[in-house]
Design a protein around this ligand. Structure first.
Ligand SMILES: Cc1cc2nc3c(=O)[nH]c(=O)nc-3n(C[C@H](O)[C@H](O)[C@H](O)COP(=O)(O)O)c2cc1C
Length: 206
């Protein structure tokens, strides 16, 4: 019989580190570019990120606190998502620095803003995959008592997809070749993926 460590988060986890991020991990990273109404580009990573719908494709991220990305996206109604890859890991990390809204985080991270097709915010030129998104909802999270949480889920429809053709050899997107980085737990853990870790399983009845 397994011996469980059991805790209620409201009371405390009783461990050296909160395990939540390490348990719900590794997570894909939403490397989000946005633009202020004054035209200053913004770039920041969000690992509370995922895809939520196929057609239309809808992706979203949670901002813990009303951060510059949310402010820009609420004001402009647009944002881009960029794939954070192993070669871009340091740049992604540099883009999370807490800097004032008038600082261009593309410059800070040493990446190049590339024009988007349908939206004003630039995408990251060096990233092999980018999505141009239009804001669909900003949802303020609530706790189980119905109280407001200072966290905002930003959802957007993907209206344009950019994929480096090198990742599309035979018309199938090559996840491993893209070298995505994934966020683990603790202050510094990330994971990469390798071909040897792949396994396949079809759905019942498929
Ligand atoms: C890998 C990584 C993942 C992060 N995930 C989140 C997240 O999910 N939510 C959040 O609020 N902040 C997250 N952060 C912190 C933000 O990136 C940081 O607060 C950033 O300064 C916000 O930028 P902005 O104010 O320009 O939007 C993350 C940082 C890193 C390095």
């Amino acid at each position: 019989m397994a011996d469980f460590h059991i805790y209620e988060p409201r009371i405390g986890h009783g461990l050296r580190h909160d395990p939540l991020n390490a348990i719900i991990g590794p997570r894909p990273i939403g490397w989000i570019s946005s633009q202020s109404p004054e035209g200053v580009p913004n770039l920041a990573p969000y690992s509370f990120f995922n895809a939520f719908n196929y057609r239309p494709p809808i992706i979203g991220f949670a901002s813990i606190g009303w951060k510059d990305s949310v402010r820009n996206i609420e004001a402009m109604g647009e944002f881009a998502w960029n794939l954070a890859t192993r070669p871009l890991a340091e740049a992604m990390n540099a883009s999370c620095a807490p800097v004032p809204p008038d600082v261009d985080e593309f410059m800070l991270a040493g990446v190049t803003p590339a024009p988007s097709r349908r939206i004003a915010p630039p995408r990251v030129l060096e990233s092999p995959v980018s999505f141009e998104c239009r804001l669909t909802q900003i949802v303020r999270l609530k706790d189980a008592q119905g109280g407001d949480v200072d966290t905002w889920l930003v959802l957007g429809e993907v209206v344009v997809v950019h994929i480096d053709k090198a990742l599309l050899g035979d018309g199938v997107y090559d996840t491993v070749a893209a070298q995505p980085i994934l966020r683990g737990g603790g202050p510094a853990d990330y994971f990469a993926i390798e071909e040897g870790q792949r396994f396949r399983m079809v759905r019942p009845g498929a």
